[in-house]
Design a protein around this ligand. Structure first.
Ligand code: FAD
Length: 414
């Protein structure tokens, strides 16, 4: 059985795909051509609907760090027929685990033996640019770059305003424009991201990986810092670390960020020293960590939100993109099933909102724990994690995968 054929016995159904494609005549504009926007577009096309994607960036460039696609994301990509390509381009992880600052594993996840045997997929680590390329290749839709949406008016009959003065009047407008969404202002005005008072550093590091790290990811839960990563191909490792505030004053210069990271992570176990030795500091991305409070509604009139625009979460559960990917398929399925956008958005939101909000809350709790600054608090936290039976973590991972929002019964399309 290939990965694309894998059965998904415990996944939850959203709806029955109608044999008539209702939304096909509708003009659908997607603002934002990130992971969510592209996934939504692929899923719509496979249901006979041709959306147009408007992306603010002038072009797609092969930059950015890595990303971990957990089992639930892979189950959606399986439905979209691209999971095999993603596994080939990235690294299916055999194992993962949480480690203490001395390097000892507090718990391990057997991703290959357990998740893959039950769900057909485990987690895959991949370069973000490779994921983007695979989604763009799967798409025939018009993806218009350099289209920065600056305003949306009249949500009942939406008018999209772009910074070059262009206007569009689609039948349905999907806001997949990320945590700082412009579209969200028309659906949930006044909602702003909440800072965690922590920053993340990320980079792809090219090195000859020590053997276990060619197929396994890890996280080290240290005193005030959370660091780790996973391999994205044979000789590149996606590395990340958090700090309570920026480690450098003012704009990041490569030599100052490198020195600051070395000092900050000086006592961390292998492979962190090897990663820092191989790090090209010009590739390091620094991001403020923030999430969104829960929104009362994800849609207004004929405008609907998806992905980070609807439920941006902290990265500690490694689920932000996975939830955005689940949104994409569920929303496309709901739009294609009816001409009634109110009914489509209601079906989408009732399936997706409780799950995404639960994961967002869990990620927030993990974020607070992962960025604890008190030394005593960190040691207590790690003692509790070490004492927890592996079965608890297995149960949580299983629940995440088993609850994936998946429409019933339709084949993959690519
Ligand atoms: C440090 C860190 C690590 C993470 N690691 C993981 C992980 O391992 N696994 C995981 O599942 N998730 C992870 N995430 C979360 C994940 O990156 C996001 O949840 C995911 O990228 C959301 O996808 P999106 O398409 O909704 O938004 P985005 O990725 O933000 O994409 C939005 C797109 O819209 C475009 N856009 C923005 N504004 C406009 C506009 N006005 N007009 C037109 N276009 C616009 C942007 O250019 C962009 O292309 C991580 C996040 C962080 C910060």
């Amino acid at each position: 059985m290939t990965a694309e054929d894998a059965s998904t016995p415990t996944t939850r159904a959203v709806s029955n795909q109608s044999s008539t494609v209702h939304g096909a005549q509708q003009d659908i504009a997607i603002i934002g051509g990130g992971i969510c926007g592209l996934t939504t577009a692929v899923a719509l096309e496979q249901r006979g609907v041709s959306p147009t994607v408007y992306e603010a960036a002038a072009e797609y460039r092969p930059v950015g760090a890595g990303i971990l696609l957990q089992t639930n994301a892979m189950l959606v990509f399986d439905r979209l027929g691209v999971a095999g390509r993603i596994r080939e381009a990235g690294v299916p992880l055999q194992r993962g685990g949480l480690r203490a600052p001395d390097g000892a594993f507090m718990t391990r996840f057997e991703l290959d033996a357990i998740e893959r045997s039950e769900f057909g997929y485990g987690a895959v680590a991949i370069h973000r640019a490779d994921l983007q390329r695979i989604l763009l290749t799967a798409l025939e839709a018009d993806v218009r770059t350099g289209m920065d949406c600056v305003d949306v008016s009249n949500t009942d009959s939406p008018v999209v305003h772009f910074d070059d003065g262009t206007r569009r009047r689609p039948d349905i407008l999907v806001g997949a424009d990320g945590i700082h969404s412009t579209v969200r202002k028309s659906v949930a005005p006044g909602v702003e991201p909440r800072p965690l008072d922590a920053v993340a550093y990320r980079a792809l590091v090219t090195l000859d990986l020590p053997d276990p790290y060619r197929t396994q990811g890890f996280e080290v839960w240290g005193d005030g810092t959370y660091t780790g990563g996973a391999p994205v191909d044979e000789d590149r490792f996606y590395w990340f670390a958090t700090a309570p505030e920026s480690l450098t004053d003012g704009p990041m210069a490569p030599d100052t960020v490198e020195a600051a990271l070395r000092e900050y992570l000086a006592d961390y176990p292998e492979p962190i020293p090897a990663l820092l030795d191989a790090l090209d500091a010009t590739d390091v991305i620094e991001s403020e960590l923030e999430d969104l409070p829960p929104l009362d509604t994800w849609s207004r009139g004929r405008v609907v939100l998806a992905g980070d625009a609807a439920h941006a979460m902290l990265p500690f559960a490694g689920q932000g993109a996975a939830q955005a990917i689940e949104d994409g398929l569920t929303l496309a399925d709901a739009i294609a099933a009816t001409d009634d956008s109110d009914a489509a958005f209601e079906a989408y939101e009732s399936e997706r909102k409780p799950r995404a909000n639960r994961v967002r809350r869990e990620s927030h709790r993990l974020g607070r724990l992962g960025t604890l600054q008190s030394g005593l608090g960190c040691r207590l936290r790690n003692a509790v994690i070490s004492a927890m039976p592996d079965a608890v973590f297995r149960h949580l991972r299983r629940r995440q995968a088993a609850g994936t929002s998946l429409p019933e019964g339709e084949p993959g399309g690519v």
